[in-house]
Ligand binder design. Structure first.
Ligand SMILES: [Zn+2]
Length: 338
């Protein structure tokens, strides 16, 4: 009995232990399951954080790349603008070079008619401040005399007119020449070489005729004169020695004759362009302080009138003075060759 009871007790104890074990097992299982869930939940959160960080990194990288690309684009544009600027500067330099080459070519050939009366730059002129320019006009008066007088007046320049009767209808301009303060002087009545150089008598008869005409037109009796063809002429060679005799005779009779030391070239065979006249007038003898320039006043001497303003401007820019010839002006005599 006692044994049976003990077995019974043992049986309860065993059942109790089993129950306890079972409960513990269940508790352990539940705990384990709970722990596992927590752990897995933690992992998920961590993964989300990593993913967010990665996403941010990737966005930042994209932004940086975009900025870099924009910077490159700006640099390219800036470089393109710089290239364009260099190309334009080169074009401007080329054009300036072409302009200066064209200008140099024009100056060298004297091709275009100068539009300004003073196309040279300061410093390109000689210093002729010790020289006096005596502009002389032979063979007038002519229909061009008023044009010549106007240019002289506009420029405040006095000149000298060695007059003739070649244009009888223009003789009345003689008084304008005198009225405007220029010197009127004798050249020839007929300007006919064969006639005037045929003999001394023929020469002085012609000289008296022009002297009287000037006196009648102006009231001036002048002893200033110039031989047709100049004192050194060879057109009189058909009468050997006539110029040697005449140059002495005119002096003995109280005349003062003038030649020249600058030739404008306006009486050259075939004529001269205005530019040629301008160039010729710049060929001034270095040693002469008295510069006597030979020009002509005649209907066909249009280019003389065209050239005159620039001839005057050049002499002025070179510092020259201007004067009309008087009896005391150095006469620029040339060597008598007949
Ligand atoms: Zn003449």
């Amino acid at each position: 009995m006692k044994a049976a009871k003990q077995n019974q007790i043992l049986k309860y104890i065993l059942i109790g232990c089993a129950a306890v074990i079972l409960i513990l097992s269940v508790v352990l299982c539940v705990t384990a399951v709970k722990n596992k869930d927590l752990k897995s939940g933690g992992n998920a959160a961590s993964e989300a954080l990593v993913s967010a960080a990665q996403e941010r990194e990737s966005l930042e990288a994209a932004r940086a790349s975009e900025a870099e690309s924009f910077r490159n684009q700006l640099n390219e544009q800036s470089s393109a603008f710089a290239d364009e600027k260099n190309a334009l500067n080169q074009t401007i330099a080329d054009l300036n070079k072409q302009i200066s080459m064209k200008h140099a070519a024009e100056t060298a050939t004297g091709a275009p008619k100068p539009t300004s009366p003073n196309p040279m730059a300061p410093g390109e002129y000689p210093d002729w401040s010790n020289k006096t320019i005596y502009l002389t006009f032979d063979d007038g008066p002519s229909p061009r005399t008023p044009e010549v007088l106007k240019i002289l007046k506009d420029n405040g320049v006095k000149a000298t007119f060695f007059v003739t009767h070649l244009n009888g209808k223009s003789s009345h301009y003689m008084k304008d020449i005198v009225a405007e303060g220029h010197t009127i002087a004798l050249h020839s009545y007929t300007h006919n070489y064969d006639k005037i150089y045929a003999s001394e008598e023929a020469y002085f008869a012609d000289l008296q005729q022009i002297s009287d005409l000037v006196y009648n037109e102006t009231g001036v009796r002048t002893n200033l004169m110039r031989f047709p063809g100049g004192g050194s002429n060879t057109v009189s060679k058909f009468n050997p020695g006539i110029m040697t005799r005449l140059t002495q005779m005119v002096t003995d009779k109280g005349y003062v004759y003038f030649d020249w030391n600058v030739v404008s070239g306006d009486a050259n065979r075939g004529g001269a362009t205005a530019q040629q006249i301008i160039n010729n007038c710049r060929k001034v003898p270095k040693k002469s302080d008295a510069v006597i320039v030979l020009m002509h006043d005649a209907a066909d001497k249009r280019t003389t009138v065209e050239a005159l303003p620039e001839v005057i401007a050049y002499y002025k820019a070179a510092g020259c003075k201007f004067a009309a010839i008087t009896a005391s002006t150095p006469p620029a005599h040339q060597r008598v060759v007949n």
